[in-house]
Write a protein that binds this ligand. Structure first.
Ligand SMILES: Nc1nc2c(ncn2[C@@H]2O[C@H](COP(=O)(O)OP(=O)(O)OP(=O)(O)O)[C@@H](O)[C@H]2O)c(=O)[nH]1
Ligand SMILES: [Mg+2]
Length: 196
């Protein structure tokens, strides 16, 4: 995709605020600090369209990025951030789940996990939840921060993710890094394929 114009359209906290245009959407979910906002910037070649932070919990609304009025990339708040109250965690869970489960134009949910670590309990729960709401689709997992691994760690770490998340041969695991172009073309290929 040749991007001319990428801009944030809506920061939403409830369904009535979601865009009403109906163009296809692609959502990025995952643990807080895993690199969702960074990935969106990277694939759009933008430095700071999506707000990024070294401390977790940066994105607190559902942010819709309008790409040439053709698609929306959707940046979701992360889960698993310890410094949140029970009430916050619950209302965020509701907010994320109500978007992900009731959005006909949502073409794909991309689940991001940190390539350095084994998937957390929350990652596993999120993946299981994705499978229940989208039972007939392959799952797409993106392993972020690949640049932080030594070459010798890449294969074992990816295998561990594959195993812990119980991925099968139809599912897709994409290694990704913002420090180089690892994974960027694959993410675009998948978006374009789903649009075709
Ligand atoms: N080295 C490296 N750092 C990364 C990469 N992706 C993200 N980061 C860093 O990880 C931190 C968190 O990135 P964000 O993009 O804000 O993460 P997020 O998932 O949007 O976090 P929340 O909004 O809190 O849910 C930032 O310091 C980023 O610079 C990567 O591929 N490589
Ligand atoms: Mg973010």
């Amino acid at each position: 995709m040749n991007i001319h114009n990428a801009q944030i359209t809506v920061s939403a906290v409830k369904p009535t605020q979601y865009p009403k245009t109906g163009v296809p959407e692609f959502a990025f979910v995952g643990r807080s600090n895993v690199g969702k906002s960074s990935l969106i910037n990277k694939i759009l070649n933008r430095k700071s369209l999506a707000r990024v932070s070294a401390s977790p919990g940066k994105t607190i609304t559902i942010n819709f990025y309008d790409i040439d009025e053709t698609i929306f990339l959707v940046d979701l708040p992360g889960y698993g951030y310890a410094k949140r109250s029970q009430d916050e965690v619950r209302s965020w869970g509701d907010m994320i789940e109500s978007y992900l489960s009731a959005r006909p134009q949502l073409k794909q949910i991309f689940l991001l996990v940190d390539s350095r670590h084994a998937p957390t309990k929350d990652d596993i729960m999120m993946l299981e939840w994705i499978r229940t709401v989208r039972p007939d689709e392959p799952v797409v997992v993106i392993a972020t921060k690949l640049d932080k691994l030594k070459t010798s760690e890449i294969e074992p770490n990816l295998n561990l993710i594959y195993e812990k998340l119980e991925l099968n041969e139809d599912d897709i695991l994409v290694p990704f890094s913002t420090k180089d172009d690892e994974g960027k073309a694959t993410v675009w290929d998948m978006i374009n394929m789903l649009l075709a």
